[in-house]
Design a protein around this ligand. Structure first.
Ligand code: DGY
Length: 326
């Protein structure tokens, strides 16, 4: 008999086929994620969970089934999972690092360019029939060449964004908990403290994970330190930005624009005032959304799941301490 697992949404075939071959899989068919209490019920007779970033995997869920052998998240981020609780219970948690680096960096850069050059506003202007003639001051944007890009977080994705910025002749600064001297040399980026980065950057792009330190890292005080007219890009996690403070900074013109692929919550309710601002571009968390990338993420998540149910070490495990305990 194949081991029973729960897959919390229909994921791309590259992953789903592997799961189906190796497991007796129950796959959640709805477009919306399973409510937490449903997930809790579903997991009771399963040994593995393939989850998405929309599924809260907390101690209650882990306790719903002490037989659970693995949680495999189809995302590089795992702030939806209580890692401490999983580790305490000896449950390995997998994620999907690496395969989404280029797609996410492409999208961060696309947001940067779209907000610098008013691409969405331009398209809306044309569609609304407002385009009457070539205008010498129509929809003027900001230059990239010679501008400074500040990266918050200089891991895989931050470095990939820096590589793109180099091609656009931008000056690149970064701030991270640790320095990456090799990448500084190859990419041509300089490490600076946070205040310097905020003060000197024309564009600030966030590539750090969400944790207690990064929650609301961008708040009223942070925005006040940013250069007047700067543009903020966030493709990491919504709660890193205090959205009320962002609204104020955009509204009073201190920031020129913001482009967010992530919000808090997701989706951002339609009555959120950020939706009223022309200079705030909001995308529906699609930075990794290419056929190829999502296929690879699904495959990686499936391989972690299958390794976990077979009692093997997960190829990409975020809490390898579980193996030391065994
Ligand atoms: C992740 O993987 O963490 C992204 O937010 C979605 O691809």
């Amino acid at each position: 008999m194949k081991p029973k697992v729960f897959v919390s949404r229909i994921i791309p075939d590259q992953g789903l086929e592997l799961v189906r071959q190796a497991c007796d899989a129950e796959i959640w068919q709805d477009e919306m994620p399973p409510p937490h209490e449903v997930l809790l019920e579903k997991i009771r007779d399963k040994v593995g969970l393939l989850s998405l970033l929309t599924d809260r995997t907390d101690a209650a869920l882990l306790d719903a089934n002490p037989q659970l052998r693995v949680v495999s998240n189809m995302a590089v981020g795992y702030d939806n999972i209580d890692i401490k609780a999983a580790t305490e219970r000896g449950v390995p948690v997998g994620n999907t690092p690496g395969v989404l680096t280029e797609a996410t960096a492409d999208f961060a850069f696309a947001l940067l360019m779209a907000s610098a050059r008013n691409i969405v506003q331009g398209a809306d202007y044309v569609r609304a029939g407002k385009w009457k003639t070539w205008g010498p001051k129509l929809l003027l944007g900001a230059d990239l060449a010679g501008a400074t890009l500040g990266l918050i977080g200089f891991g895989r994705i931050g470095q990939a964004v820096a590589q793109r910025a180099r091609g656009f002749n931008m000056r690149i600064l970064y701030n991270d908990l640790r320095r990456v001297p090799e990448a500084e040399k190859t990419i041509g980026a300089s490490f600076v403290d946070l205040d310097t980065l905020l003060k000197e950057s024309d564009f600030v792009s966030i590539h750090t994970d969400l944790n207690a330190q990064s929650r609301h890292l961008f708040n009223a005080a942070t925005f006040a330190k940013m250069k007047r007219g700067a543009i903020l890009i966030n493709t990491a996690r919504g709660p890193i930005v205090d959205q009320t403070a962002l609204y104020d900074a955009l509204r009073n013109g201190h920031l020129r624009a913001a482009a967010l692929d992530v919000t808090d919550p997701e989706p951002l309710p339609m009555d959120n005032p950020l939706h009223t601002l022309q200079n705030c571009l909001i995308a529906p968390h699609i930075a990794s959304a290419t056929d190829n990338t999502r296929g690879k993420m699904a495959e990686m998540a499936a391989r972690n799941l299958i390794a976990g149910i077979n009692g093997e070490r997960l190829p990409t495990c975020v809490n390898p301490e579980v193996y030391d305990r065994k």
